[in-house]
Design a protein around this ligand. Structure first.
Ligand code: PLP
Length: 403
């Protein structure tokens, strides 16, 4: 049975070097880094090394890195931690295509009082920067916009955005969970105030992340308690995982060029092959300005879940543009924001590669995918002349775009 993994934006394989780096911190060096004795000292220096490795990948100073448990915690901490430093009701500017780790926190903070601006994107997944400029007021607490989208891979122009936000005298956070390790990031040149990253997207294990906080940025902790992480994130440090994310960042820096060369070439070959062999397939979002490892393709009149199940049977893992929540298949909020038509949105499938993807993986996928789409089209009640051209009402919710 094949075991081909095209779901690297969901999570990645832990790099063997990362496992090797972490192992001694389970077996031999299990002290608490805050302890004054040798057991503590032995591990503290490795936490410091990891902080340097993370900082170095994004051009930060080690003192600007706070270790967290995941990208979600980093996003939550940036937005809530900042909102809590001001007495006025929060005014938060973000976009409709952010990860729920940003959107749900921003919605939560502004539910009772305050204002939330969710900027629209166009069909390519791009923001209108004039709208961004106009949305920032004297009361804006924070602007939070992602570096790269997890579903389409579309990259926001973060340098330009940061300049606009800083010119307006506002704090700028970016969720760079999908961008880190895939495109060069240098916070010494790009004026972001805070940046989130997550270990399990860059070949470290799940359960560790980091938040970059530019020196001088006021931020309240999310977790209160001890003085760990310079009082910004209480809780005894998760030393093995911190060592793991440090090593993963070091490896990401060493391999980052492969994303623009080897990974991009494989992604392009897979994408072009699918478009050539599967009729009525379109790419969601901008094909130029996007991560080199990702593409989201909409197959007309086919169910994404059926595609995933059939691919899984063939040993190929991808991901769909719908989330199965409480029995109803809700189309992705990202694809809805792009205005992907009803006939394509349910058949949208995301393929995301990594530096471990091989040419043989692409060959095998190209051999199998056209047959899967053809078979599903044959049995689809929506293909052919009787296919509906407008959305049906969903039986589980009132949405017109959710079938
Ligand atoms: N932000 C983006 C863009 C993501 O893709 C993800 C995870 O998919 C997250 C945040 C959340 O990261 P984590 O799974 O580490 O909480």
């Amino acid at each position: 049975m094949k075991n081909i993994y095209f779901d690297n934006n969901a999570t990645t394989k832990v790099a063997p070097e990362v496992v090797d780096a972490m192992t001694p911190f389970f077996k031999d060096y299990w002290g608490n880094p805050s302890s004054m004795h040798t057991f503590g000292g032995q591990v503290k220096e490795h936490v410091d090394t990891a902080r340097g490795q993370v900082a170095s990948l994004i051009g930060a100073d080690p003192s600007e890195i706070i270790f967290t448990s995941c990208g979600t915690e980093s996003d939550n901490m940036a937005i809530r931690g900042l909102a809590e430093t001001v007495d006025t009701p929060p005014h938060i500017v973000t976009s409709k295509v952010e990860h729920p780790a940003v959107l749900a926190m921003a919605q939560h903070l502004t539910r009772k009082k305050g204002t939330l601006v969710e900027l629209k994107v166009d069909s390519q997944g791009h923001l209108n920067l004039d709208e961004l400029r106009d949305s920032i007021t004297d009361d804006t607490t924070i602007v939070s916009l992602m570096w790269a989208n997890n579903e389409t891979g579309v990259i926001f122009p973060i340098d330009e955005i940061a300049e606009i936000v800083k010119a307006a005298g506002c704090i700028f956070h970016t969720d760079a969970v999908q961008a880190v390790g895939k495109i060069p990031i240098d916070v010494s040149k790009t004026p972001v105030d805070m940046l989130s990253l997550s270990g399990h997207k860059i070949h470290a294990p799940k359960g560790v992340g980091a938040l970059y906080v530019r020196k001088g940025t006021k931020l309240n902790p999310l977790l209160w308690g001890g003085h760990q992480e310079r009082g910004k994130r209480a809780g005894t440090e998760n030393v093995p995982y911190i060592v793991g994310i440090g090593k993963a960042c070091e490896l990401a820096a060493a391999h980052i060029d492969e994303y623009d060369t080897k990974v991009r070439a494989m992604r392009d070959r897979l994408e072009a092959g699918i478009l050539e062999t599967c009729p009525d397939a379109v790419i969601n979002g901008d094909c130029e300005n996007r991560l080199s490892n990702t593409f989201s393709v909409g197959f007309k009149h086919v169910e994404g879940e059926a595609i995933l199940l059939m691919l899984d049977d063939l040993g190929i893992a991808a991901s769909s543009g719908s989330a199965c929540t409480s029995g109803s298949l809700e189309p992705s909020h990202v694809l809805r924001a792009l205005g992907v038509p009803f006939t394509y949105i349910h058949g949208s499938t995301r393929f995301s590669l990594s530096r471990y993807t091989t040419d043989a993986d692409i060959d095998y996928a190209l051999e199998k995918i056209p047959g899967v789409i053809e078979r599903l089209r044959e049995i689809s009640p929506f293909s052919g002349e009787d296919a509906p051209t407008s959305p049906l009402s969903c039986k589980n919710c009132s949405s017109k775009s959710c079938r």
